[in-house]
Design a protein around this ligand. Sequence first.
Ligand code: NDP
Length: 247
Amino acid sequence: MTGQLYGKVALVTGGSRGIGEGVALRLAEDGADVAVTYRDSGDRAAEVVDRVKALGRRGWAVRADAADPEAVRDAVRRTVGDAGRLDVLVNNAGIGVLGPLAEMTPQDIDRVLHVNVRAPFVACQEAAAHMAEGGRIVTIGSCVAERAAFPGSVLYGTSKAALTGLTRSLARELGPRGVTVNLITPGPIDTDLNPADGPAADPQRALTALGRYGLPWDVAAMVAHLAGEGGRYVTGAEIAVDGGFAA
Ligand code: NDP
């Protein structure tokens, strides 16, 4: 607990489970008030908010399907309305539809691109309008955009690679306003999306230099670093938290 985010307000998309849950709690531990969005896991989101409040911070759970751009926009507006400001946006909500190119339906393509690319784009658009100097945007990409080591990740990898363009271009655009924009590319992290005891776990473990999965907390620590003092002069960067997956 550093207290470096006292007085700041953070919004974490997909903060009900997994990496987003870890990020929300870590930012609260550092002193931020935190809003989390969710789609299905309302009970889990409420638990996260209870834990944020137990740390003495303010917390909000906002239902917002990332596939719906107006819901995403509204979640940012509601956070600003409830909290009075917005300092940190963490674009974390994401989905994977895996399989060969030939099997990807137009619906699969739309859904993955809408949730993984359009939602962060719209959230950045809305959040940037409310952020003052010192604002921080952190997006969660993926190691599969850095190293295409898995068959079946063409759609997911395409969506995550697009976040590099968003991050770099937006860092240039918002730099003059003192708002930083960065991308974290996690390796295999033990969550519902990619359980460390799942059928695809051993090959992933073997592809990392450290030979193991990471935890949501490992990604959360990097988000906290970028959101805090450590991120003051970091923008347009892609930072791997991947156990050496892309090495
Ligand atoms: P989980 O599936 O464990 O959690 C996903 C979170 O996102 C949940 O809180 C979920 O909320 C939310 N979410 C999913 N779809 C939507 C939606 N349409 N609208 C709103 N919220 C949504 O995933 P992870 O924690 O593992 O992944 C988080 C991010 O990290 C993703 O962007 C993923 O691509 C990325 N990542 C993960 C890796 C891993 O190995 N785990 C590796 C590299 C990147 P709800 O339950 O309410 O639907």
